[in-house]
Design a binder for this molecule. Structure first.
Ligand code: NDP
Length: 490
């Protein structure tokens, strides 16, 4: 039951975009109750029925792409074109999840091994029931839908708590789902502030929480989930590194670096925040970067800082960085709320806040390194480990650097490209969280493996799991195992 309301504002103009109820714990409990019933119906529908409806939902979203992009623009301030791109990616993921869920999750036979020679073993992935999704505001469609689409495709019902900054987008996503699935509330949105999300995480009937947001809030959500042993997938922030190797195409690298750092005003969990450039190409890279950044304008190429409180963090990082490093572009004056102009600072000590903490603004630090190995060492010396980038013309070397980068995803000679590949899992290590959305791993994240072993016939003289077992039966087994496994290979 709604007791109070709150407004979502356009961060560029301060205008009210919409007014939404602050749904309290009772309202959340009621939504979860409805979702439980809907989950049973959705599961019983079977993979073909779910696939058909999810593909229809995809068509509804595609048909409303411009309308949704306009709403995302209003609530986040990002350019309409960027909002449209976010929707394109979402539609691609929804399509993949709908088409691949059955193939990934359906029952299959697995090998039984020597001791199980008389068994048939099957493995399938069953829905969890109700999944709670707690979403952020920076990509209010793409990010939560990375959990929602995969959870729905895996046969679960979803209760979604959008960020208080982008409730209108969240509500609209659920409303449009009901056009494709009018029968039951399989996908509901509950609006409110942090308490609404806390109530969702605390409900024991929620079988998994998919959280995206800050590491600090992830810990609070985990603590609430711990009360009921509710598992959680946590997609938290990052401090992603961008490595430019000696043989990189520096023009392409500078272009990609700026997009990765400045698009969405740097409010991207997999955005570029730290740049490590190998000495041999440092000067040409910096020349390219400085020339190109001159034509990128806040308020035109990217929008305002969506969350007003973030401006203080960005300001603190810039102030500190320019004191200890050397400003190449911008500086403290670049913060003119709600916008922040591009800021590039060189030689900032690795232990300073601008290098260690997530900035979530259109700023980068750049450091010269002896070689790619040193760049990798510095890139990996972070508590975060979400994603990263390597630019190199040497494919073997680039692949090796990507593999050794301590992160969930790495893009080579492109930036953030992994996010557009639905079959690739997405998620981090360390303070960036755990668990995966997207791809086959993302489908399995919202399912529980069910293992079944069926005895096809009794093995004569080998009734090992019985109190009637004779010593010679065990002796025979030991001899077989010693013969098969007892030879050491050097
Ligand atoms: P938060 O981590 O505070 O919030 C994320 C989501 O959690 C929101 O829906 C929020 O609701 C909800 N929430 C807040 N408190 C609780 C709680 N106790 N229990 C359950 N849910 C809760 O992120 P912010 O949006 O405030 O952004 C802060 C920082 O998070 C940024 O500076 C950035 O570093 C990081 N961030 C990272 C993102 C990523 O994609 N990795 C995305 C967004 C932010 P409400 O909005 O109503 O408070």
């Amino acid at each position: 039951m709604a007791t109070l309301t709150f407004d979502s504002l356009n961060p560029a103009t301060g205008e009210v975009v919409g007014t939404h109820p602050k749904q309290d714990a009772t309202a959340v409990r009621e939504a979860v109750g409805r979702a439980e019933e809907a989950a049973a119906w959705w599961t019983a529908l079977g993979p073909a029925g779910r696939r058909r409806r999810l593909l229809d939902y995809k068509a509804v979203l595609a048909g409303r792409l411009r309308e949704l992009a306009a709403l995302v623009h209003q609530e986040t301030g990002k350019p309409v074109g960027d909002a449209a791109l976010e929707l394109v990616l979402t539609i691609t993921h929804l399509d993949w999840a709908a088409r691949n869920a059955d193939k990934v999750l359906r029952r299959r036979r697995v090998r039984t091994g020597m001791i199980g020679v008389n068994l048939e073993a099957t493995l399938e992935y069953l829905p969890l029931g109700v999944v709670g999704v707690i979403g952020p505001w920076n990509y209010p469609v793409f990010t939560p839908m990375g959990s929602i689409a995969y959870a729905l495709a895996a046969g679960n019902a979803v209760v979604f708590k959008p960020s208080e900054l982008t409730p209108g987008v969240g509500v609209r996503l659920a409303e449009l789902f009901a056009e494709s699935v009018p029968e039951r509330p399989v996908f509901q949105a509950v609006t409110g502030l942090g308490e609404t999300g806390a109530a969702l995480a605390a409900d024991p009937r929620v079988r998994k929480i998919a959280f995206t947001g800050s590491t600090a809030t992830a810990k609070r959500v985990m603590a609430a989930c711990a009360q009921n042993l509710t598992p959680i997938v946590a997609e938290c922030g990052g401090k992603d590194a961008f490595i430019v190797d000696a043989d990189a195409d520096v023009r392409a690298a500078a272009d990609a670096c700026l997009w990765g750092a400045l698009s969405n005003a740097g409010q991207t969990c997999v955005g570029v925040e730290r740049v490590y450039v190998v000495d041999a190409v440092y000067e040409p890279f910096m020349r390219e970067l400085s020339e190109r950044v001159a034509s990128v304008k806040a308020g035109q190429d990217y929008g305002p800082i969506t969350m007003p409180g973030q401006l203080d963090i960005i300001r603190r990082h810039i102030d500190d960085a320019v004191k200890s490093g050397r400003a190449v572009t911008g500086g403290p004056g670049s913060v003119r709320a709600p916008y922040v102009d591009p800021v590039i600072v060189e030689d900032v000590p690795e232990d300073s806040p601008a290098v260690r903490e997530e900035t979530f603004g259109p700023t980068i630090t750049v450091r010269r390194t002896r070689d790619a190995r040193e760049a990798l060492e510095l890139a990996n010396a972070s508590a975060y480990g979400l994603a990263g980038t390597v630019f190199s013309r040497n494919t073997r070397r680039a692949r090796e650097l990507a593999r050794l980068m301590r992160s969930g995803m790495t893009a080579i000679n492109s930036v953030i490209s992994f996010a557009g590949v639905p079959s690739l899992p997405f998620g981090g290590v360390g303070d960036s969280g755990f668990g995966r959305i997207h791809g086959a791993d993302g489908l399995r994240e919202f399912a529980r493996p069910k293992a079944v072993a069926r005895q096809r016939f009794a093995l004569p003289g080998m009734n090992l799991t019985s109190f009637t077992r004779r010593p010679e039966e065990l002796e025979r087994l030991i001899r077989i195992v010693t013969f098969l496994h007892g030879r050491r290979k050097r």
